[in-house]
Design a protein around this ligand. Structure first.
Ligand code: AMP
Length: 378
């Protein structure tokens, strides 16, 4: 299957070629025709499956076909809600890349930074708005944003938005959308609350499911090191002696832990920065950019900050701590091995984390191979 077979218009095909995409991923193959036909959509997919393009491409196409007939100032016609600032920024970048020959404009709004640049962009007129719920409601209250012209709405990573306590805000926003809209919801997991949300906001949705959360992406090699808590730092430094490891994303359970690991790495002469919720948005974005541009070798992140982060050719993820929730493990290791690339995910497991490891293995229905050749084996 090629993108040409999905009836995608020339300006978008041209942009996809520039991106180096030739064939659609399974979620794109299912979602693009369904959305173009005007259906609501329920997508069960995690990041790394190409889900952003699965909704961005048809949204751009639907809006492009109509834009010639429209006169007067631009209205916001598509809204994408995302749980975190980082994910919102990335979605915005995708719309900009895939839509660069369409003349359609997008902007991204999120909290934690001054609203000035965002309100200026809104005033200049946008077709597509990507937003985190809190800032969106804030700017709606201040009358900078009206949702009355929305034709297409996307809830991305809906499960995460509910986990983060954003459910109430999301519902308030949905209540302001025109009822004639087309709605798409993407979620990596489908707990009961999401099914309820789906029932209340989607009309006869087409359902698409790819790689259920319990089956980790097959291209990722997973391994675990049994190590005492106090030796985790030494083990990390030991592994990083391997110079062939260019970029590593290290996960820490806590913000304090992320700072500590970063400090230890820097002391050992390894370029590293941390991203977590206590850092300003600008600091987080700077660290992410430095990491993507390979100016730093290690990015240390907490789960909230890392959600949805997309780093091309990230080959190694290290779980310095194991997460308590098994699904979080799947999300973490999904940062590598994206879009069919090979990836490696290593986990450090101390005595207290053995139970977490067992429940992770149960969730992914796989046992993770144990690496015994290292100096800190328990
Ligand atoms: P996502 O699941 O939307 O976060 O996308 C994961 C990664 O796959 C991103 O780096 C995209 O740029 C990339 N990607 C999306 N669709 C395709 C495609 N059809 N071919 C190759 N790469 C893709």
């Amino acid at each position: 299957m090629l993108f040409e077979n999905l009836n995608i218009i020339e300006p978008i095909l041209k942009a996809l070629k520039t991106e180096g995409y030739t064939s659609p991923t399974p979620i794109q193959e299912g979602a693009i025709p369904a959305i173009l036909k005007g259906n609501d959509l329920e997508g069960c997919a995690q990041t790394g499956t190409g889900k952003t393009a699965a909704f961005a491409i048809p949204i751009l196409q639907l809006l492009y076909s109509k834009q010639k007939a429209l006169k007067g100032p631009r209205n916001i016609k598509a809204l994408i809600l995302a749980p975190t600032r980082e994910l919102a920024i990335q979605i915005g970048e995708s719309f900009t890349s895939y839509g660069k020959y369409t003349g359609l404009k997008n902007t991204v709004i999120f909290g934690g930074v001054s609203q000035r640049a965002q309100t200026n962009a809104l005033r200049a007129g946008v077709d597509i708005l990507i937003a985190t719920p809190g800032r969106l409601l804030d700017l709606m209250h201040q009358k900078y944003i009206s949702l009355e012209h929305i034709e297409l709405a996307v809830l991305d990573e809906a499960d995460r938005m509910l986990d983060m306590g954003l459910g109430h805000d999301v519902k308030k926003i949905i209540a302001k959308l025109p009822s004639s809209r087309q709605t798409m919801l993407f979620s990596a997991t489908m707990p009961k609350e999401i099914s309820k949300l789906i029932e209340s906001i989607l009309i006869k949705p087409v359902k698409i499911e790819v790689t259920p959360v319990s089956s980790t992406i097959d291209t990722i090699k997973q391994a675990v090191y049994f190590v005492e808590k106090r030796n985790k730092k030494s083990l990390l430094l030991h592994l990083l002696k391997d110079k062939s490891i260019e970029s590593v994303l290290v996960f820490s359970k806590t913000k304090h832990g992320a700072n500590k690991i970063t400090g230890d790495l820097v002391k050992a002469g390894i370029e590293a920065e941390a991203i977590h919720g206590n850092k300003s948005q600008n600091a987080r974005q700077r660290a992410l950019t430095n990491f993507k541009e390979k100016k730093i070798r290690v990015l240390v992140a907490t789960d909230i900050a890392a959600r949805g982060i997309d780093i091309e050719k990230l080959s190694l993820v290290i779980n310095f701590d194991l997460p308590d929730v098994p699904e979080t493990y799947v999300h973490r290791i999904g940062r590598t091995g994206r879009a069919r690339a090979e990836g490696i995910a290593i986990s450090f497991c101390d005595r207290e984390e053995r139970d977490c490891l067992r429940s992770i293995e149960k969730t992914i229905s796989k046992s993770i191979s144990v690496i015994k050749e290292h100096p800190y084996l328990v």
